[in-house]
Design a protein around this ligand. Structure first.
Ligand code: 5GP
Ligand code: MG
Length: 490
């Protein structure tokens, strides 16, 4: 099960957390459209509202009114192809002898099954096959014997994989990021409290200030009165494994992730794309919305230098930027469609060319990525049907050759068009005049990171975690579970 989600947690001084959580989830809606939920705690008891659907559909006034308490967490969950299972909706909650726990998880554990088997063996009953429940039970078990900080540390020593978590333990809210910082999580200050969120755009929405990213391996515990927070660096790691795809596709352009504004990163990737593989055409146009920042950076660079890297003459404006494809905003993300036929229909529903901007012209089309190849195949065809003389495709990321096990619901290896094709074979398949991807080294360079500090699993096939049947790109090993002390259930 791969889940790409949005998480949030807030602790306020005297004001109910439900509405700020609701607005924050709205700001994170792009990270998950399948289900939404909020858990709050009023000092005596936990309140929860979790349902399938978009944030705006899941909550109404009366739902928010009964979510009492100044502390709480929230979650939006990404749709996965095929069956939709409400048992995986979050936040996940469990009550046990020493209180109640709520958990919102973004990421994916590699060893969830091993831990589930072990816990089931000592009497834990599981209601879903999700990995979030595994973390919840592991934490609950540790909390019977240990304080909160030690319990989290103990669980972090057992789970292997990617996780950005917001957790509520009664009315205490905490945030945890996995030791390699694969998924984003940041800390913000509000007028009357603190917030933890997947992306800083959620903090902006509440008129707060971004304090900083939660560090890989760090636990942040928000003070109950909203006055501050405590930080515990529970695990140290030599390298990070930040997901580069957050910067390329997933995150909002207006978010700052690991100290980089996503919009700027995308524009700079677009600039580099021009330098690496620019082609002189009449117009350059983005695939909206994901290709927009790339195309604007690309066109900017193209106005300064030629495709050969020479400075432009005064009267040469380079490649004209054009919005040649209009997007229907009411169509959801294409991947919600489980069959290929539906996906093709959805592309057509979603995007429509403006004929006059392409007719008789040579066109460069820019997108952030190619996954199955559905979008590019359809769009090249569409532009040619509208009279484009040539269509050149430029992609702001490297070829996606392998699946994501860390939380992006991408596709299986067989479905990925680049898993068994060369770039020229893909060019033929999508029927473009030319095709070029950005190189992996350029991605790392533009993001200002060493390759070893990024998770590049989907473009290299080598992963920063130990996954059955896959290669690793660094020295990592899964924890040996048997080595950990085991406690009886009570
Ligand atoms: P394709 O049509 O090649 O399967 O997918 C490429 C398109 O999907 C691109 O426009 C890209 O912006 C978008 N995309 C890339 N990764 C993801 C993802 O993980 N989920 C969704 N819904 N779309 C994606
Ligand atoms: Mg797109």
């Amino acid at each position: 099960m791969t889940e790409k989600c949005g998480v949030v947690g807030v602790s306020l001084d005297g004001r109910d957390a439900a509405r700020p959580l609701y607005y924050a989830l709205y700001a994170l809606q792009h990270r998950g459209q399948e289900s939404a939920g909020i858990i709050t705690h009023d000092g005596f008891q936990q309140h929860s509202h979790v349902e399938m659907g978009l944030v705006g559909e899941v909550f109404d006034e009366s739902d928010l009114d009964v979510l009492n308490g100044t502390a709480g967490i929230g979650h939006v969950r990404y749709p996965t192809a095929g069956s939709v299972d409400s048992s995986c909706a979050q936040p996940f909650s469990v009550s046990f002898k020493s209180g109640s726990l709520g958990l919102s998880h973004n990421g994916n554990l590699v060893n969830a099954d091993e831990i589930r088997d072990e816990l089931a063996g000592v009497g834990h009953a599981f209601t879903s096959d999700g990995d979030t429940e595994v973390i919840a039970h592991d934490l609950a078990r540790n909390l019977l014997e240990e304080d909160l900080v030690r319990a989290v540390k103990h669980t972090m020593g057992r789970i292997h994989g990617s996780y950005a978590l917001t957790i509520s333990h009664d009315d205490t809210v905490l945030g945890v990021r996995d030791p390699q910082g694969n998924r984003p999580l940041c800390l913000g200050k509000l007028e009357d409290g603190y917030i933890l969120a997947s992306e800083s755009a959620a903090i902006d929405t509440l008129d707060g200030d971004l304090v900083r990213d939660v560090r890989p391996g760090e636990l942040i515990v928000l003070e109950k009165d909203g006055q501050g927070y405590d930080s515990y660096q529970l695990v140290e790691n030599d390298n990070t494994a930040h997901c580069f795809f957050e910067h390329v596709y997933f995150a909002r352009p207006d978010s700052v992730i690991d100290e980089t504004l996503v919009y700027e990163a995308r524009r700079n990737l677009g600039r580099r794309l021009w330098e690496e593989s620019g082609v002189e055409t009449d117009v350059v146009m983005p695939v909206p919305d994901s290709g927009r920042a790339f195309a604007s950076g690309y066109a900017d660079a193209a106005s300064e230098t030629t495709a050969d890297g020479e400075m432009r003459e005064e009267d040469d404006d380079g490649v004209e930027f054009a919005e040649g494809l209009m997007k229907n905003r009411y169509v959801g993300r294409t991947f919600i469609m489980p069959t290929q036929d539906e996906r093709e229909r959805a592309v057509r529903l979603k995007l429509n060319p403006i004929k006059s901007t392409v007719e008789g012209k040579t066109v460069t089309l820019i997108d952030d990525s190619i996954v199955r190849g559905t979008t590019s195949t359809q769009l090249v065809q569409l532009l040619k049907d509208c009279g484009a003389a040539e269509v050149h495709m430029r992609i702001g990321a490297p070829e996606i050759v392998a699946p994501c096990y860390m939380g992006i619901d991408m596709a299986t290896r067989e479905e990925l068009i680049a898993s068994d094709k060369t770039v020229d074979q893909i060019r033929t398949a999508i029927d473009a005049e030319s095709l070029a991807y950005l190189s992996t080294d350029s991605v790392a360079d533009v993001l200002g990171k060493d390759r070893i500090d990024l998770c590049l699993g989907c473009v290299t096939g080598n992963y920063p975690y130990e996954i059955d049947g896959e290669e690793t790109d660094r020295d990592v090993t899964r924890p040996e579970l048997g080595d950990q002390p085991m406690y009886a259930d009570d």
